[in-house]
Ligand binder design. Sequence first.
Ligand code: ZN
Length: 240
Amino acid sequence: MRTAIFGDIHANLEALDAVLADAAEQKVEKFVCLGDIVGYNADPAACLKKIQEMDIPTVKGNHDHDASENHSLDSMNPIAATALQWTRDQLDDDQRLWLKRLRMVRQVTDFTIVHSTLDQPLHWNYVTNRFDAMSNFSYQFTQLCFHGHTHVPRVYMKSDKVQEVPAESVSIEADAKYFVNVGSVGQPRDGDWRACYCIYDHEEKLLTFRRVEYDIETTREKILAANLPPMLADRLLDGR
Ligand code: ZN
């Protein structure tokens, strides 16, 4: 079986459609979502509807949380806060309730999914190096755990020590654990504008990272037409 694992869609419908099409070409049978379906870009309701219609197992991201609650956004950076208030206005009560009810951590077949980390999933910690990854492994009881949140694909491997291995094609070793950041569909931040996701081949014990081109001009036009901060359109071009 092949499973596509993706997240940080951030209301980028063109990128989501491109990833789903690429995954179908890659003979993927199952899809899993790591949260942050909404926030930043201009299609929160359409992206949410697609995940719901395909009945894709999903965990809650910080933007899903913020969009589904009513707390003040004053402490957030102004661009994210503007986009989140706009997002709240785009979603109806049922959609916001659906986001609110998402779980923080789930097990899907033989692996675990979380948006940020297993040790403190509600704290939305960023894992940017192997030291950050160490505390997660203490709470990881499956061989594989997939996460997102930083929008940068990375693979942390724990055998006798914790190390980072290149996020390209990874053969899963029997006696090691892996904490895998699958990158971002809708707002990559590793300098590559293309949508990013990961395919897990259960029989081959292989992880493959995919980069997929999408109609970025349409996405940018929608952001500007919605009067969202123009910086959100510009950053997509740079993958930042
Ligand atoms: Zn995100």
